[in-house]
Write a protein that binds this ligand. Structure first.
Ligand code: MCA
Ligand code: AMP
Length: 514
């Protein structure tokens, strides 16, 4: 049997391929046949390059339906998709391309100059462009390829995608996900969230992360459900489209921004059946306000790049948990049906109900390891095969999982991950800097944002604005600390380690009233 993920998605397209699969915010309608033919032509083009099995296709392009087709084409050709955040700048792209050694790089035409230089230096032979107005050399080349049906034979454990997730120390690690990892997760969510072919999803997230690329797109395609495709999140446009939709997915910031709109009313949401939140903690306040303004209860779920989705609040009564159907604020719900989840203490020992420890998981969705990092991979797994997520939590007496913190030093800002070690590394290289600490503090819009606390070398004079400007010239915009403080010393424990908890406490009311 062919375990290629595209084959499973395709099998659920509606019988009538002429109906609308995707409607865009600039008035275009793509039929299921368009998705099928467009991705076939791109797949046939990729196959014409005669690439070795497992070759990577790295993609840094603006959101478009053609970019979605390129993802499907990569699956169909049996190649490995490597999506990259559009905010990444040259040093970041240089690392990913150097590490993954993609055979194909697809970028926006405005970036072709610098991206192609990096790619050719890393040995990539094929650098193509794709823009969000249906132009670019990829489409020119694919237009000459056959639209004949093609789906490569894949095994469930063949790689389908590599997602880079930043390392807490050192550089980013590429999480390798297989066709089987992603299909099992999509099938589980299909039934757990009660998808039907009549659903209409508002797709407002970027398509270079698990949430927008896998949870949202697989959800719709595996159910033959239509998507309303927004090129970027715009709260007014979401509300305008809401009456035509049934499902919405967002990081908490999207819900916060929607709550700021006067047009958010029960009437606007009358056809909606499901609001999903995840990628970062959803505040109870947002959960409650949403209920008040719309009459709907947000369903919060939890996942990771390494595992896709792990837990979910119930969509309807869950027979495994005494038929509980309550979606509870500040919990991430129950482990998904095929996910084993435990909370462990020292030595990977499972803890009792309500005891706080490291969250570990096992299941068909758990990744194949980190790209070319066998030792790092081995370190992250317990002896009995459970993956250590780096999240800290507990399971309560009713079975709900709570995330109470992270053992990894990570800031999640507006759904994007920022690793303090990376930013501190850049600041510490700057002239006159003795040391720095990046901490996450509460923020009303992004949930959490980075704040840099910096110490100067003796007799050196540092300027906070200059530090931020210098970071801005080398790092993706969402990683730039929102504030920078130059101070005389950092709090330390008796071992000499910087006590970030004290700094977080000191700066916690910077954007939020305590
Ligand atoms: C933009 N900025 C940010 C962020 N986004 N700063 C911190 N955190 C951010 N997330 C910067 C901009 O560069 C700008 O800086 C300033 O903040 C204001 O930008 P704004 O116009 O408000 O931003 P935006 O373009 O509207 O974007 C906000 C956003 C976006 C729509 C919330 O960040 C977003 O789409 N987030 C979703 C991320 C996502 O999909 N995560 C899923 C990961 P300046 O003015 O200096 O230029 S998947 C995952 O985590 C797991 C597996 C899971 O469970 O799902
Ligand atoms: P990444 O693998 O980079 O996409 O980030 C995954 C991390 O996001 C997880 O390890 C969690 O720390 C965090 N995360 C995802 N969903 C939630 C949620 N609902 N609540 C709290 N944290 C979450």
């Amino acid at each position: 049997m062919n375990s290629n993920l595209y084959a499973a998605l395709r099998a659920n397209f509606p019988k009538d391929l002429n109906t609308t699969a995707i409607e865009t915010d600039n008035g275009l309608f793509y039929s299921w046949r368009d998705l099928e033919r467009g991705s076939a032509m791109m797949a046939n083009f990729l196959l014409s390059l005669d690439l070795p099995a497992g070759a990577r296709v790295a993609v840094q392009v603006e959101k478009s339906v053609e970019a979605c087709m390129l993802y499907l084409a990569t699956l169909r050709a049996g190649l490995v998709f490597l999506p990259l955040n559009t905010a990444y700048m040259s040093a970041e792209i240089e690392y990913f391309v150097g590490n993954a050694e993609p055979a194909v790089v697809v970028c926006s035409s405005k970036n072709f100059g610098w991206v192609s230089k990096i790619a050719f230096k890393a040995g990539t032979q094929n650098v193509l462009t794709l823009d969000d107005d249906r132009t670019g050399s990829l489409l020119d080349r694919a237009a000459q390829a056959s639209d004949a049906y093609v789906v490569a034979e894949s095994h469930a454990d063949d790689l389908a995608a590599i997602l880079y997730t930043s390392g807490t120390t050192g550089r980013s690690k590429g999480a390798m996900l297989s066709h089987g990892n992603m299909l099992s997760n999509a099938q589980t969510l299909k039934s757990y969230w009660g998808w039907t072919p009549n659903d209409v999803l508002i797709h407002a997230l970027p398509i270079f992360h698990v949430h927008g690329l896998f949870v949202a797109i697989h959800g719709a395609l595996l159910n033959g459900s239509k998507m309303i495709w927004l090129s970027k999140f715009d709260p007014k446009l979401v509300l305008q489209k809401m009456s035509e939709a049934t499902v919405f997915m967002g990081v908490p910031t999207l819900y916060v921004r929607l709550l700021g709109e006067a047009g958010l009313t029960p009437a606007t949401c009358k056809n909606m059946r499901l609001f999903v939140a995840g990628s970062a903690p959803l505040l109870k306040e947002t959960f409650d306000d949403w209920k008040t303004h719309t009459g709907h209860t947000i369903l919060e779920r939890y996942g990771m790049s390494e595992t896709a989705m792990l837990t979910s609040n119930p969509y309807k009564a869950d027979a495994r948990y005494a038929n509980q159907s309550e979606r509870r604020a500040a919990t991430v719900g129950f482990p998904l049906p095929d996910v084993a989840l435990r909370v462990c203490g020292e030595g990977d020992k499972p803890l009792a109900t309500n005891e706080i420890g490291g969250i570990q998981v096992k299941g068909p969705n758990v990744f194949q390891g980190y790209w070319r990092m066998p030792e790092k991979t081995a370190e992250e797994f317990a002896k009995d095969g459970f993956f250590r997520t780096g999240d800290v939590g507990k399971i309560d007496e009713r079975g709900y999982v709570h995330i109470v913190g992270r053992s990894k030093d990570l800031i999640i800002s507006g759904g994007y991950n920022v690793y303090p070690a990376e930013i501190e590394g850049y600041i510490n290289e700057m002239a006159g800097v003795a040391e720095s600490a990046l901490i996450g503090v509460p923020h009303p819009d992004f949930g959490e944002v980075g704040v840099a606390v910096v110490i100067a070398k003796p007799n050196a004079k540092l300027d906070d604005a200059a530090i931020l400007a210098s970071l801005k010239s080398s790092l993706a915009n969402f990683k730039i600390p929102k504030r920078c403080f130059v101070v005389n010393e950092l709090p330390r424990n008796t071992m000499g380690k910087v006590q970030k908890n004290l700094l977080r406490d000191q700066y916690k009311a910077l954007f939020h009233k305590a």
